[in-house]
Write a protein that binds this ligand. Sequence first.
Ligand code: GLC
Length: 541
Amino acid sequence: MLDKTRRGWWKSAVFYQIYPKSFQDTTASGVGDLRGIISRLDYLAELGIDGIWLSPVFASPQADNGYDISDYRAIDPMFGSMDDMDELIREAKRRGISIIMDLVLNHSSDEHFWFKEALKSRDNPYHDWYVWRDGDGITPPNDMRATFGGSCWTYVPHLGQYYFHQFAVKQPDLNWENPDVRRALYDMIRFWVERGVEGFRLDVIDQIAKEPDNHITGNGPRLHEFLRELSREAFREEGLVTVGEAWGADVERARLYSAEDGSELSMVFQFQHMCLEDCGDKWHTRPLSLPELKRCFERWQHGLHNAGWNSLFMNNHDLPRIVSRWGDEGALRETSAKMLATMLHGMQGTPYIYQGEELGMTNMHMTVDQFADVETINHYHEAVARGENPGDVMAGIYRRGRDNARTPMQWDAGKNAGFTTGTPWLPVNENHTYINAAAQVGDPDSVFSYYKRLITLRKQYDVFRDGSFTLLCPEDENVFAYTRDTADAHMLVMCNFTGSEAAFDVPEDYQNAKTLIANYEDAAAGRLRPYEARIMYVGRG
Ligand code: GLC
């Protein structure tokens, strides 16, 4: 178990994201719940993770699956009770697992008490807690578009005003310019810290300092000032881990966010490596260029070495399954899933595993009426109304839609994959008959066991945490290889990103190196087999 009183303990940690709706149901409601998570803690302890990032379980009308909160201090009855939450925190801690909660501070639900009050009149004390502009209901204050479609402005006739929302209509933006709003949020955070929560993931935190009059959403002028205040007021415990979701972060900004003095956050989720295929938006894409991906990771590995801290991820509840995206869904699914994990976990930073990633779960093709995600549904209708070919729109959704990652966790080969005895809220992938936890936990060759070994290695060899990063063969279209070095330990990570053999010569220094992990039994001279991955090590231990 990690000593969590040690400063920067999270640099040695591996986190696991749970999307509660889809993890484990215990009430036959078809929706996962907190007791379900408690019942699976031993599985997570077996995997070896140190913390759980729990997607929102707060009271919510679920317009965006909990990212629309109507009471920040209450558990949604769909997920259980406050007692269940306390028990989860306690039971997790007993296994060395910290609970990291998801803070949605940019916006609330329109059903939150604050917004209901704000709607009452212009001089209600809560009115200024949201962002309003006067108007006539015909022409919105400007042409800004919301992430989930439509205008950023929704008109309220009895006030003669529009409110601002960067996401759905039911997610009004909070006004961070108002100190009362900030204070209320800090108090709420303290409430959870006192209950034993050991860290937070901060939803779209780069968007809190918006300035709609200047068309600014992300990276507003007061962003880092707000973050420093937040950190000072709400995160004063030494041991808390904080990770901000920041789509707009580049390396320079990430240095501020994750500064070693702890003045802002522990680290951020940045998305540059996740957007390389985008052409204009995520729905229209081109194939991945491996040299571009390598250069992107190199920039982050160098940029934050001794100057901040990286988070390492390629999956979450907003992204498609990585094995479907950069690997192989067919015969080489397991091999490619292991290769992708090797590529990521070999780097410097804190890895995050998204539920089911450790099993090599895949995307799922649903029909339009099966989609549940507000973004996907709105996008489908808007794009088709704009005249895009429905088949092309569906192809984009199959590649990148958020429901891909939200299908229920595949526990076993039985009915509904062991997720629920009721009717699942989102269809279960049919491939659960052969992709499931029960089949993998005891199998030393499984994707699960491979992730488990990667986690163990990170704990055994300091070079994973501390080593500098050197990219090898940057222009190679097939192989992603790099070394990690400290004064007395050296590690070579090599990954074939393709389904064919690729030429690769192991550098001289590693000819007699020890293999720490590999997805093929023996090494082959001068080449890497389809999706082969290997980590070699020279040093003490
Ligand atoms: C973040 C969440 C996403 C949510 C959005 C609005 O990007 O990860 O799921 O829809 O913020 O809260």
